[in-house]
Design a protein around this ligand. Structure first.
Ligand code: ADP
Ligand code: MG
Length: 259
């Protein structure tokens, strides 16, 4: 049994960047190394990556397949850890590796929101339930119950804003790819994260639908003055970013301004 998850997440549930004002780094990777082991074979993937993400920024991460983009995004989102003693990831100045496990849960469910290429929706749940699952994870069973009406309204509003108001009771299998990704975006946003982390969110969609999905994310970002870190292959998507970061051979090779 979890003891009061609502309190557990509080330390990291700081003011929204739009309210906090002023410049500052939301996320910061410093000399990050990440190595995978395949049995006894060492696979170094990130070999000293540094990246600062400013509040309100849209950063695009580019690089060849296998260059470590997803790995970097997972580290930024606290889904995986950097090699011990080899660099750090900071959220609002706090080293993620120093957080308690409750704080790390809070970080993943409150501070960041994830959007993946293949949606990762639960097929047996409705559209609305898929979004509410994220709220349940954040608030825990009792916290969720006491806020259920409010959270359902928020999830419904997000889905409505993304053009899915008539689809709330449908299953993901009944939706198009673009609609599924909208559900995934609503799920990522339902807890009001500081930072949206998106891993090739348009990579599985045709050009037109991909463009619409990008517009959904950029529209939300403009409205909330939120921060967006997006892995993408698409130069047109990257051209809309404030900054492009390229990964090559486990390092950042260039950080150019864009558009
Ligand atoms: P990208 O997203 O840029 O395509 P990834 O970060 O997914 O690259 O992967 C980078 C490299 O790390 C690839 O060579 C991949 O095979 C390897 N890799 C990723 N995840 C694991 C894992 N869990 N175990 C072993 N190797 C992995
Ligand atoms: Mg990837």
């Amino acid at each position: 049994m979890n003891d009061s998850p609502a309190q557990v997440v509080t330390p990291l549930a700081g003011p929204h960047p739009a309210a906090a004002g002023g410049p500052g780094f939301v996320l910061r990777a410093q000399d990050v190394h990440k190595t995978y082991w395949m049995g006894r074979v060492r696979v170094p993937v990130l070999r000293g990556v540094s990246l600062d993400v400013q509040r309100g920024e849209f950063v695009a991460i580019l690089g060849a397949s296998g260059s470590g983009k997803s790995t970097l995004l997972h580290l930024l989102g606290g889904l995986d850890r950097v090699d011990r003693g080899k660099g750090r990831v900071e959220y609002r100045g706090r080293d993620l590796s120093t957080l308690s496990s409750g704080e790390q849960d809070g970080y993943r469910s409150r501070a960041v929101g994830f959007v993946f290429q293949f949606y990762h929706l639960l097929p047996e749940l409705s559209v609305l339930e898929n979004v509410l699952v994220a709220a349940m994870v954040r608030w825990g069973r009792w916290g969720y119950r006491s806020r259920r009406a409010e959270l359902r309204a928020r999830a419904g509003d997000l889905l409505g804003a993304f053009g899915l108001g008539h689809r709330l009771t449908h299953r993901p299998g009944e939706l198009s790819g673009g609609e599924r990704q909208r559900v995934a975006i609503a799920r990522a946003l339902v807890n009001g994260p500081d930072v949206l982390l998106a891993d090739e969110p348009t990579g599985n969609l045709d050009r037109k639908t991909g463009g619409e999905i990008l517009d959904v994310m950029l529209g939300h970002r403009a409205e909330q003055r939120g921060t967006l870190v997006m892995v993408t292959h698409d130069p047109e998507v990257a051209a809309k970013a404030d900054r492009i970061v390229r990964l090559l051979d486990g390092k950042v090779v260039g950080a150019a301004g864009a558009a």
